[in-house]
Design a protein around this ligand. Structure first.
Ligand code: ADP
Length: 322
């Protein structure tokens, strides 16, 4: 490998793939560095680090770094449900982690004002985000996932009393936070079809929505209301996930169906929506989630359905970017 090719590899790691291939001519090394979304202090540190690294290459007498800051479009994926308790937060957290493990640069926003559970699910309870240049800096949750939750911004229970504009304002602050290096934001929406949903749709324009439902008829009827809301607003449907579908016996692994199964898949078929998969009701999923160790962060059988879901969502994202 040439010195320049080796430098190029080192710079890719050093900058998180923000540096172009370097060129060396008459002792002058030139490259382009994408500093989009980096706070000013980090920009300076990165430019200095790149220059230092470049100067270690024999024959380099000076280094020229052109900085670019394209405003990149960040794709928002809303995870929504018709009602609470169907596992929307569990699915959001594990989807985000599974996407990160598949190489997607992802962050998570917990917009569920009624029960912000992401700090517990992602082991960041009690943390308070800092701000810089009036922007909130996300917290690192389990598996290093950048995240922000209503639960980090207010006391437990406080947000429930908020009227629409306050909740909308908090949502905006979280979405416009310093998501440097994040291309996809997974948003754990509150259940139902209230003010936060409307703000989300009108102001933040999600790229797509994933609907989570359990297989029972009643849950599906609620889910259809949520689907209608997003469809009427022309938000693209990524598809429907069936959670708590079949009970995975912790002893023998056999699946039984206390709530029935397949309801969401057939509802998706009737409505012409993609079906994204089925996540079993499993004690291991619940205990791992409660302990702040999301199943998708591990390697166990419980992780698999979340990876299958993440693959479908990633395919959808890739198709969208053509
Ligand atoms: P929502 O966000 O829809 O209110 P949660 O994700 O908070 O729902 O889940 C509600 C409860 O159900 C939590 O205790 C969670 O651990 C549990 N849960 C969610 N999905 C599963 C599953 N597939 N298997 C077992 N428990 C689950």
């Amino acid at each position: 490998m040439t010195d320049i090719a080796a430098l190029s590899e080192r710079l890719a790691t050093l900058t998180g793939n923000r540096a172009s291939a370097p060129r060396l001519r008459d002792g002058v090394l030139t490259l382009v560095l994408d500093v989009s979304d980096l706070p000013p202090a980090e920009r300076v540190t990165m430019v200095e680090a790149v220059e230092r690294e470049a100067r270690t290459v024999p024959g380099v007498t000076s280094v020229r770094i052109a900085q670019t800051a394209e405003k990149k479009e960040r794709a928002i994926i809303a995870v929504a449900s018709g009602k609470g308790g169907v596992g929307k937060s569990t699915v959001s957290a594990n989807l985000a982690i599974a996407l990160a493990k598949r190489g997607v640069r992802v962050g998570l926003v917990d917009a569920d004002i009624y029960g912000p559970s992401q700090p517990r699910l992602l082991a960041s309870e009690g943390e308070k985000p800092q701000a810089q240049d009036k922007q909130i800096i996300p917290i690192k949750g389990a598996h290093g996932l950048p995240m922000l939750s209503m639960g980090h911004l207010v006391q437990p229970g406080q947000a429930i009393a908020w009227r629409g504009p306050m909740a909308a304002n908090a949502l905006g602050q979280m979405i416009d936070a310093q998501w440097a290096g994040v291309d996809v934001l997974v948003i754990d929406m509150p259940p139902g079809t209230g003010d936060v949903q409307l703000t989300m749709i009108q102001k933040h324009k999600p790229a797509g929505v994933v609907i989570v439902s359990t297989p029972q008829d009643l849950a599906l009827i609620d889910a259809m209301r949520a689907i209608n809301l997003f469809e009427q607003a022309h938000v693209p449907m990524i598809g429907l996930v069936e959670n708590m579908a079949g009970y995975a016996c912790p002893h023998c692994g056999e699946i039984s169906d206390p709530f029935g199964t397949g309801g969401a898949e057939s509802a998706a078929g009737v409505m012409g929506l993609p079906f994204l998969g089925r996540i079993p009701l499993s004690i291991a999923i619940r205990t791992a989630s409660d302990a702040g160790t999301p199943p998708a962060a591990g390697e166990g059988a419980e992780a698999e359905p979340f990876f299958a879901l993440a693959d479908r969502v990633k395919e959808w994202l890739d198709r969208r970017h053509g």
